[in-house]
Ligand binder design. Sequence first.
Ligand code: GH3
Ligand code: MG
Ligand code: MG
Ligand code: MG
Ligand code: MG
Length: 308
Amino acid sequence: MNSGSTTETNVLVVDDSSVVRKILKDHLETHGYRVLLARDGREALDLYHLHDIHILITDLEMPRMDGLELCWLIRAEDDQHRTFCILMTADDDIQRRIEAFDAGADEFLTKPIDMPMLRARVRAGERITRTHRVMAEMLNTDYLTGVLNRRRFMERLEQQHRLLQGGAQSQRGAEKAVPFAVALFDIDHFKRINDTYGHSNGDMALKLFAQTCAARVPPGGFLGRMGGEEFCMVLPAPQVETAIAKAEEIRMATEALTAKTAEGALFAFTVSIGVCPADGTETVADLIARADESLYFAKNSGRNRTVV
Ligand code: GH3
Ligand code: MG
Ligand code: MG
Ligand code: MG
Ligand code: MG
């Protein structure tokens, strides 16, 4: 699920037979693929959570967790289809293949594996996963600053919030409810920057600010641009003090920035921040509204400050 951006293709091979694992690994590595190995669906799922898997090649029959269940679980998590799933079957059982398609498999390979066919299937999978990734990137990312756009940020916030509510435990075993807070950032007197230095230097300041925030996103947190000069960060924090400390760190780092215009003029700017801890009883809309209220107080009490 990690979204790395290497050009290498990661292939996860899952089979309970060590012979099959070795043959596929050796063959794919010879052809330049990075290969990870798992003996069953559970091991595979653990690796899937740790690595960005482009292509999954899995056996059907395996102890503990079979290939169908593995495909199903990955498809449930992988809503943007970043992983291409190839199922290996020993026969031409049509009914099994129909089940497997419905479980989320994209392709099949019949055992014994024909190596040129294996490589052709993997190449086809690469084309598809690359396209999906480019589209997902465009759908998720704010064009100017490169952080999450509002749509994707809100999706992720909703996910995080559902976990906190405990209701919908995700399929992903590793995902536990983590207390978190949202921090809403609004650059102070941004209109003046535009008015004084021009819109494109305003854009530059936005990028600089986004970088300053992005470099300080804690593990498990994420950052999005809500619109204009307003950003929002989810901060995993058992205590609200942790979130406040992070917000303050960003506020001070912003204050310390020196922006340089294309014309060589130097200027500084500040940011006001509203923080609200989530407790799972509120709605996401309430959460944002409360952070916005705090932000409003931060603005009205002099700006360049964090209010909870
Ligand atoms: P405050 O301290 O109260 O937040 O004042 P402000 O001037 O920052 O707030 P206001 O909402 O009045 O102005 C925000 C400005 O941000 C207005 C808008 O033109 C500008 N803006 C919005 N999006 C962009 C953008 O993508 N690039 C640039 N350069 N400016 C933008
Ligand atoms: Mg088997
Ligand atoms: Mg604003
Ligand atoms: Mg405003
Ligand atoms: Mg502003």
